[in-house]
Design a protein around this ligand. Structure first.
Ligand code: BES
Ligand code: ZN
Length: 990
């Protein structure tokens, strides 16, 4: 029990005990009877608080135990205040009843000293926070989580600190559910506006063993020894668990950091080191004290520090910013791509944003245990190893691209998010949507041949369109209060829809107008906060007010969903109407009808089109929350050019026929992204029951001529989704035959060679499409994997031979073939193949290779192997917690593993909750990965029943969305199964 953080209040500790004992099953928790009674009491009090909070958080339900009567009226603010009393275990009332901090105490500067012990996990620290008050007050409320306060003081800030006495403090209360502390001054003592004060706190805590706050990570070095490091992850609300602070994004302040460490470690902070001294702790104990330069004004969630024994390489940008990559010893050769790209991207962003990067250095560091993909801490960006390390001999093109994308994403945040920060988390999309758009612009700049803006539609727009057609989606701008709600919006809507609507805006404004607007926005709000309106205002100005950007964009950010544009041709005119697109229009369960929109689900739609007359010249008309009519005299017309708009198009009658005809006869007059958008719309309209299955099936026939990556990726994604739903039906076999027939020509063209002269051949063969070497590699990997998915004999033989040669003779598999070779080897091989991959997984020090193996091992056909794999995830020494989600997801997407994964999720729900924290964004993605492909009434009932009495924490919305997807699958299967079967039978027999 030594490492548990001793809290002043009990509920936090109780849950901490749970986390450890459940996870580390061999650990025995021992405690005295008195203590047990105490804990029981605390748990009871904790439950009471939770009940009160739930009642408070859902006032609309009219929870009757709050006001004693069954009442469906929402409570008024006064009533809420009256009942919203938080009683602490001591019987005292916690006087502050909001999850947000008061805004009249504003921090200006933090001095933080941390002394962590990486062996015992003890941390002692102190922090001095200088602040001003805007209103007279006798209390301060700030954030703190799992910190034990040892000493505290409040002083007026004067030149000579010895001349003032600290204020008398009457009490310090902690309220764990809000992660807040309330410090009250003794009677008669007041803080007055206009003066500066400082709050000093000495505290004790532990280095966390989860993936948030100030936490422990480790790696095994080349000698096989485990080495430890301590690192931070604070976004969105974990800075408060490392030091007491005002942990809301609008409380920007400057930070000065001091870290006490061992000689064998070094330490890193957002800013460069200023001074290193030795300090003595008792006899013979020599420690080092690193003092860092003071930071710029920034939010608490962007503070970061790391204590490790890493190696690094560095270089300077043309503007003199020192950029360094830090990795565990031995991995530096895999860091050179990141270093070179980081410098290129930073130089480009300096120019693009028109505002120089404001810090003297930029450190990028690989962290072996990391919950997200990467984190944009100002000047000290932390990365999962697979997001930063790349080995040109061992990693695939997809892994290569991923590293570039993550780098460009986090670097974009240095301006967008760090320099200018959202006022509150309801505008998270400003951070994440923006970085998700600019990352592609950034990578496109350094690697134009990767065709990033084409890939944008499959990676960003299409997944967002798929999710946002659910009634259980949410608007981009969303009210959030507590940490769980905040965590839940790190989702496809904030990221992908945010990115997609910015791309749409860019397509009408042009990149230059957008860029000028951004420069103004950044200059106006730098080192400060802003909201969505501020961005729209700056962009309107940059159009010389020719476009009311806010009026247009509000319809995209403040209401959920998007329009289906229906186009028909009558008397030589084209008429376009708009209506909200829903996959499940008749679904009462999502409460779709109840969710009103301020815009009545109408949008300002930039309707773009190309026609056969000018197939490469995009034309634009605006549908201003209404319809549109124009003369039409073309052979064909394609709307939503390159799928840059966030809407779908339903072509009626001859408009559709002429497009299908064009696709089948002369597909390449349409751009790759236009072809992809037609495929995506056709399949999705079929999913919604707007068109029947023959529509996507008919257009799919053109794929036999397709040679480009983006349309193929779109089509194969839809076929995979059909395959999951049809898996247990007769039509499945026919579907596989059909897909095999479609891919046959391209399968022959891409071949099995990853490198060498064959490439040239492929290059020539595909030269009439817009493919590059890079996209051919991505395409090859898709096509070969599909051939394996469809059990194509020749492909299986080819892949398993390569697998066996690798396993038995150590023959090298080219990086871009590894995914398909490993997964085929696992799927068709037995225990021996699996064991080989497991051994390789444990031995490899190449993160991209480990990730491939981790995914491949989930494709086993043998249930025993899959079960063993799932069980391995229960022990953190066997599978790192950061990888558990991947394992569960790959097993669930394997038809032989889906029921095993579902049982596993249920059986160990508490473990997962303790592992990731109920408030973590991971919980939602676990649910979606495991249940959203179910398609039977029985499974639906099972899922509903299981979750009906489980607290899903941040996963609540993801659960609703998954349930809606299951209902959708059930309905789709009922309505389409027979027709698909008939169509396929007929087509395949001719
Ligand atoms: N700010 C996020 C990291 C983050 C994610 C913090 C979730 C808290 C919760 C970071 O900028 C990010 O978005 N990372 C992405 C990678 C990116 C390339 C999409 C991630 O972690 O997946
Ligand atoms: Zn981000």
């Amino acid at each position: 029990m030594k490492h548990l953080s001793p809290m002043t209040c009990g509920t936090g500790e109780a849950s901490n005990v749970n986390k450890r004992t459940l996870y580390e099953q061999d650990r025995i928790a021992v405690c005295s009877q008195k203590r047990a009674v105490g804990i029981a009491l605390l748990v009871f009090v904790g439950l009471f608080f939770v009940a009160v909070i739930i009642a408070f958080a859902t006032p609309l339900s009219g929870c009757s135990f709050l006001n004693g009567s069954i009442d469906t009226e929402p409570l008024t603010d006064e009533e809420l205040l009256e009942h919203n009393r938080f009683i602490l275990p001591s019987g005292e009332e916690f006087p502050w009843n909001k999850s947000r901090l008061p805004d009249f105490v504003r921090p200006l500067h933090y001095t933080i000293q941390i002394h962590p012990n990486l062996t015992t996990l003890d941390v002692t620290g102190w922090v001095v926070i200088q602040f001003i008050v805007l209103n007279e007050t006798d209390f301060i409320v700030f954030h703190s989580r799992n910190l034990r306060v040892i000493d505290k003081w409040v002083k007026e800030e004067v030149e000579d600190p010895h001349r003032v006495e600290p204020h008398n403090i009457s009490r310090l209360l902690e309220y764990p559910p809000f992660q807040q502390m309330y410090l009250e001054l003794a009677e008669g003592s007041k803080l007055v506006p206009g003066k500066n004060y400082s709050l000093g706190i000495r505290f004790y805590t532990n280095i966390s063993t989860e993936l948030e706050g100030f936490y422990l990570s480790s790696y095994v070095n080349s000698q096989g020894e485990r080495r430890y490091l301590a690192t931070t992850h604070f976004e969105p609300t974990y800075a408060r668990s490392a030091f007491p602070c005002f942990d809301e994004p609008q409380f920007k302040a400057t930070f000065k950091m001091i870290i006490i460490r061992n000689q064998q470690h070094k330490s890193l902070f957002n800013m460069p080191i200023k001074k290193i001294e030795t300090v003595y702790y008792g006899y013979h104990m020599e420690l080092w004290r690193d003092e860092f330069e003071e930071s710029v004004e920034m939010s608490t969630y962007l503070v970061a520090f790391v204590i490790c024994d890493y190696e690094s390489i560095s270089n300077k940008t043309t503007k003199g910013v020192e950029v360094a990559i830090h990795t565990p010893p031995g991995l530096l050769p895999q860091a050179s791509f990141a270093l070179q790209s980081a410098i290129q991207v930073m130089e480009y962003y300096d120019e693009f944003f028109g505002v120089p990067y404001p810090l003297p250095k930029q450190d990028l560091i690989a962290i072996p245990d990391f919950g997200a993909g990467a984190m944009e801490n100002f000047g000290l960006i932390t990365y999962r190893e697979t997001s930063i390390l790349y080995d040109s001999n061992e990693s695939s093109s997809a892994a290569h691209q991923w590293v570039a994308v993550v780098l460009a994403h986090e670097l974009a945040h240095q301006w967008f998010g760090n320099l200018v920060t959202m006022k509150w988390w309801n505008d998270l999309w400003l951070n994440e949507g923006f970085a998700s758009f600019i990352e592609y612009v950034g990578v496109d700049h350094i690697r134009p041949e990767w065709k990033m803006m084409e890939q944008f539609v499959i990676e960003k727009t299409q997944p967002a369109l798929a999710l946002d057609a659910l009634g259980s989606s949410h608007p981009i701008s969303v009210e959030v209060q507590d940490p769980r709600e905040i965590e839940a919006i790190f989702d496809t809507i904030s990221y992908n829809k945010g990115a997609a609507i910015l791309r749409m805006l860019e397509s009408v404004l042009g990149l230059n107008v957008l860029r000028h607007g951004l420069t103004d926005y950044l200059n106006e709000h730098k080192f400060d906060n802003a909201d969505t309106k501020d961005l729209w205002d700056a962009l309107s100005t940059s159009t010389n007010e020719t476009m009311k950007v806010k009026t247009v964009m509000d319809t995209w950010t403040l209401q959920m969903g998007y329009p289906l544009i229906e186009v028909r041709c009558e008397n030589n005119t084209v008429k376009a109407t708009q209506e909200r697109f829903l996959l499940n229009p008749a679904d009462n369960e999502t409460g779709v009808e109840l969710i009103q929109s301020p815009f009545k689900y109408k949008w300002y739609v930039p309707l773009t089109y190309v026609t056969d007359a000018k197939p490469r010249t995009m034309q634009l008309v605006w549908m201003n929350m209404n319809e549109f009519t124009m003369p039409y005299r073309a052979e064909w017309i394609k709307f939503n050019v390159n799928q840059t708009g966030f809407y779908r198009v339903h072509y009626q009658g001859k408009l559709w026929d002429s497009l299908v005809k064009t696709l089948l006869s002369n597909p390449f007059v349409l751009s790759p992204t236009d072809r992809a958008s037609l495929i995506d719309d056709a399949f999705t309209l079929c999913k919604a029951g707007v068109v029947d299955a023959s529509v996507p099936l008919e257009i799919a026939k053109y794929l036999m001529k397709e040679t480009d990556y983006v349309p193929w990726a779109t089509a194969l994604e839809h076929f995979r989704s059909w395959s999951k739903i049809l898996y247990e039906r007769q039509a499945h076999r026919l579907l596989m035959q059909f897909v095999l027939k479609l891919i046959e020509p391209i399968y022959k063209r891409v071949g099995w060679a990853d490198e060498g002269s064959h490439l040239m051949k492929v290059h020539l063969l595909l030269s009439y499409s817009s493919s590059s070497l890079h996209t051919i590699r991505l395409l090859r990997s898709e096509i070969l994997s599909t051939a394996i998915l469809c059990d194509n004999k020749e492909a299986v033989k080819e892949a398993t031979t390569k697998f066996n040669n690798w396993m038995q003779k150590g023959a090298r598999v080219p990086p871009n073939l590894r995914e398909v070779v490993y997964s085929a080897g696992i799927k068709y091989g037995g225990v021996v193949g699996w064991d080989h991959c497991w051994a390789q997984y444990n031995a490899s020090r190449i993160p991209s290779e480990k990730k491939l193996l981790l995914k491949a091992m989930g494709s086993a056909a043998d249930p025993w192997l899959l079960q063993q794999y799932l069980d391995a995830c229960l022990s953190r020494d066997v599978v790192r917690p950061q990888d558990v989600r991947t394992v569960l997801a790959v097993v669930a997407s394997n038809p032989s593993g889906r029921l095993l994964a579902w049982r596993h999720l249920r059986a160990y729900w508490m473990n997962f909750q303790n592992l990731f924290g109920e408030g973590s964004f991971t919980m939602g993605s676990l649910i979606t990965a495991v249940v959203s492909h179910f398609s039977s009434e029985f499974d639906y009932v099972e899922v509903t029943n299981f979750f009906s009495d489980v607290d899903v924490g941040s996963g609540a919305r993801a659960l609703n969305q998954s349930l809606e997807m299951i209902r959708l699958n059930i309905r789709w299967l009922q309505n389409n199964e027979n027709q698909i079967e008939d169509w396929l039978r007929k087509y395949l027999s001719t």
